[in-house]
Design a protein around this ligand. Structure first.
Ligand code: SF4
Length: 549
């Protein structure tokens, strides 16, 4: 039986008109992964609600009946390595891989989602148009522009799309390099009819996203997801989820959030509150009161990671009474100095209080996220993280503690975008492992090699396109499992392309010059680059001398 037969739709798809544009909307991974993406669900519903489009969904392992000649094909990309699946699906649809090779007979291929919004450049070759910013604005604008230009030659259509705020047409911009293996010299539009910069579009309404479909086949079985807040006002200096999506916005509790929850709970009893920082909703306490009422007794509640100093006993109690056993907080480091460097406004007492409250409220586990290799970090700071975990064990005996730890990865549009990753990070992860596992604390390091690949893509430019294609040909490892991704294929591809692309070191480990042209220089996020530099400079003043050249 088709996976689609198990779905409960929470919106009304339009009946396509006879002349509707055949459209494919793809998630370049399995159905189970794709349908669990709130972003994918919401954009699909926006497209399917338009009678001018006849939309079929496509995943790597399932699809609705596909049109023979689609006029519009979209991809929502949530995970970097899914680029391999984007290529495979384009081939499956018989569409030339590179946008510049497409003709008037080929569809317009668009892309969006977190990976492409952050830095689309390594993947720019595959897309005719990329959506920068909130879907509430850019999807309707894209569809209108595609329909309005339907019978025109491709070159005219691309030029028309480039005029729409927030729509980026990569092939209409030329990138020049100081030399083939050096930094970018300039990024220019090909003609004066094309805007020199594309600015991310911001939705300012107070109704945020909610699931448009519930299914037992989702990775979180039958979950109804509701976006409680968008962005985060805390501005931790490495954090893409905050910097790229500013300003901080909240769903209106009475007019939108509670009605959405009540609607969703008519189809399931599993509720997920989503957002970079859900407990920072100004009326979160009132939401908790609501969810504590007997009417919600059978609800299974999950929340995304929350700010450590917002874990109250009441919050933990409500979660525990709603079938949630554990909570996740991101502390990043046990060192006060490092937390100041990254602007994490948190002290040891806050962290201990979160553990004590979690236990007192009836939760059985607390998961903490940390990072190794944060710019300015020393070995003493890693030791401080180990000490912090041991103190937590004492402060909340019996609470199961887990520390998940990744390597710092620089992200575009953040003040830390100029820093490379610390080549000592792997050793530091091992040190933490030694300290914690010998004391009975569950330690789960993220693969260091995976962090290297993430950084490569995060700070990559268009010169990586042939490299990524070589990696695909060599075999990228198990792309569903970060621990099994093959860094060897990337190293081999760098060797093969030596003198044609900068070395891996340039993208991953080097601290970039503050004045060098960034690959995303022409794609403007919410804050001006001068503000990011100021935030970076504030961090550098807090680093031990000599930590950063
Ligand atoms: S509190 Fe969390 S979501 Fe907010 S800026 Fe810091 S790391 Fe990002």
């Amino acid at each position: 039986m088709s996976v689609f037969a198990d779905e409960t739709l929470l919106f009304e798809p339009a009946e396509p008109r006879p002349d509707a544009l055949p459209t494919v909307f793809a998630f370049p991974n399995t159905y189970s992964v794709g349908i669990t993406s709130l972003g994918y669900q919401v954009v699909w519903a926006m497209l399917a609600a338009r009678p001018e489009l006849a939309v079929a969904r496509l995943f790597t392992d399932a699809s609705e009946p596909l049109p023979r000649s689609p006029g519009l094909v979209g991809f929502s990309m949530s995970w970097e390595l899914d680029y391999i699946n984007v290529m495979a699906l384009l081939e499956e649809l018989d569409i030339p891989l590179h946008a510049v090779d497409r003709t008037d007979q080929d569809p317009i291929v668009f892309g969006g989602g977190p990976v492409l919004t952050a830095n689309p450049e390594p993947f720019a070759a595959y897309f005719d148009v990329l959506l920068l910013g909130d879907g509430e604005i850019s999807i309707a604008a894209l569809v209108d522009a595609v329909l309005a230009s339907r019978d025109r030659p491709r070159a005219d259509r691309l030029e028309a799309l480039a005029q729409v705020p927030g729509l980026y047409v990569p092939q209409l911009y030329a990138v020049e390099y100081t030399d083939p293996t050096g930094p970018i010299a300039a990024i220019r539009p090909l003609s004066d009819r094309i805007p020199a910069v594309v600015t991310k579009q911001t939705y300012r309404g107070n109704t945020l996203s909610a699931s448009t479909v519930v299914t037992p086949r989702a990775a979180w079985e039958n979950i109804f997801m509701v976006e409680t807040v968008r962005s985060c006002p805390e501005l931790c200096r490495f954090c893409l989820a905050s910097y790229l999506t500013l300003p901080f916005r909240t769903a209106d509790l009475d007019d939108s959030l509670i009605p959405a929850i009540d609607r969703g709970l008519q189809s399931t009893n599993r509720l997920g509150l989503l957002g970079a920082s859900v407990t920072q909703h100004p009326e979160f306490d009132r939401l908790l009161d609501r969810l504590s009422q007997p009417a919600y007794e059978n609800v299974r509640l999950s929340v995304a990671s929350v700010r450590t100093n917002t874990v109250t006993e009441k919050f933990a109690r409500v979660l525990a009474s709603r079938d949630c056993k554990s909570i996740t907080v991101a502390v990043e480091s046990g060192s006060e100095t490092v937390r100041q460097i990254i602007n994490k406004k948190l002290d040891q007492a806050d962290i201990e209080r979160a553990a004590v409250n979690a236990k007192a409220g009836g939760l059985s586990a607390l998961k903490l996220y940390g990072m190794a290799g944060i710019p300015g970090e020393t070995i003493a700071d890693i030791e401080a993280t180990a000490t912090m975990m041991l103190q937590l064990k004492k402060a909340a005996p019996g609470l199961k503690l887990t520390l998940g730890c990744s390597t710092f990865v620089p992200k575009s549009h953040t003040p830390f975008q100029w820093f490379g990753i610390n080549s000592e990070a792997e050793k530091r992860l091992k040190l933490l492992q030694k300290r914690l596992r010998s004391n009975g604390i569950d330690f789960r390091p993220e693969s260091y090699n995976w962090s290297i690949i993430q950084t490569l893509i995060s700070r990559g430019d268009r010169r990586l396109t042939p490299l990524l294609e070589l990696v695909r040909a060599y075999g990228a490892g198990d792309t569903d499992n970060p621990d099994r991704v093959s860094l060897g294929s990337y190293r081999r591809a760098f060797k093969e392309l030596r003198d044609r692309v900068p070395p891996l070191d340039y993208y991953v480990f080097q601290n970039w010059d503050l004045d060098q042209v960034l690959p995303w220089e022409h794609l403007h996020g919410p804050l001006p680059i001068a503000t990011l530099k100021k935030h970076r400079a504030e961090a550098v003043t807090l680093m031990p001398s000599g930590a950063i050249a």
